[in-house]
Ligand binder design. Sequence first.
Ligand code: FAS
Ligand code: PHB
Length: 389
Amino acid sequence: MKTQTVIIGGGPSGLLLSQLLHTRGIDSIVLERKTKDYVLGRIRAGVLERGLVSLLREAGVADRLDKEGMPHDGTLISYNDTAFRVDFAKLTNSHVVVYGQTEVTRDLYAAREKAGGQIEFNVEDVVIHDAESDAPYVTYRVGDDARRIDCDFVAGCDGFHGVSRQTIPADKRQEFEKIYPFGWLGILSKTPPVDHELIYANSPRGFALCSMRNENLSRYYVQCPLTDKPEDWSDEAFWAELKRRIPSEYADKLVTGPSIEKSIAPLRSFVTEPMRWGRLFLCGDAAHIVPPTGAKGLNTAASDVHYLYNALRDFYENNSQAGIDAYSEKALARVWKAERFSWWFSSLMHRYPDQTEFDQKMQVAELEFLRASPAAQQAMAENYVGLPY
Ligand code: FAS
Ligand code: PHB
């Protein structure tokens, strides 16, 4: 087989890139390790930056998003049984949209299938060959059937545990990592959200987040030790702990109910440099990971896709290498800003096992400053709604 771009990974990065390329008549084949249902079964991000919303519209997959997505003009931040609001609309004349990553991925699959896009599921033993040449190829297996695709480019959209990053020789890449000493226990429940906006809560017992997917589907998180397992937490124990971590005015009106999904995600900050190796380009979690505190994971994958899509367009439409030569530096410049914001917000909102009383005083002082300073809130709002591409 031959195509212009082989895309490894059928998550949001790979599907969005494939759909955008399709809009310009550029062929791609997506190789996905799992089944479509497995991919859609993952419960992950919930907040879309303005840049990702625009990109989904450009890809022609925003109809349902525009109908069902919930624009959020601000967020609440709570500590010491009190809360204040950061007003994105007033500070940035912009907003975010609450619409689950699962729905984004579902819309992208629907669009690719409607367009007759080629997606191969249950692929195994994916290997990228001759990435440094101008004629790379990918080999893989589906069952006992060994296959090969010759191409011009390979997009590594295969997440943190994929093969793409490992294809770049270890002595040619540099990795930067910070592991956080806690995880997030998340649940999904068919209950009305406790407020119409998100609540990020700093509490002496640990971080909590009140989010949602729609008016009757809530997403809640509590910080938990890395040694915890989802089965260690009954629904009752989760709700009781969440109520202890948010201001009483919200705890008193929290509607609880059975969890329909319960999982623990570890938190890490991670970046690999460069994000290009010859004709191989890394996008999304294949290249970087952020703690979900700033809702930047999916959104930073989107800016990578934007840069790579335009670079490949430039190559095919204008016969120019400029975009692909600039890709890694351009993508990393924005990646590091997202890493910084996610690290800052995580440091501000979580309880760290080795935290001293002085450290906790520093957190409260910064929260008081954020509460009182329009300039500080402006900085936070600009990062949260999404820095420009
Ligand atoms: P993905 O990991 O989503 O997709 C990669 C795809 O590649 C997967 O479908 C995988 O099956 C496939 N793949 C892997 N290896 C392969 C191989 N060898 N061959 C073929 N296919 C292969 N972000 C937020 O903003 N908010 C959150 O709350 C949040 N929660 C998260 C919870 C968890 C447990 C995880 C892991 C991530 C979370 N994220 C969150 C980040 C997440 O949303 C990612 O940023 C987003 O999924 C990035 O999309 P992709 O880059 O497409 O990677
Ligand atoms: C979510 O709704 O899953 C969500 C929202 C905001 C975050 C992280 C996760 O910062």
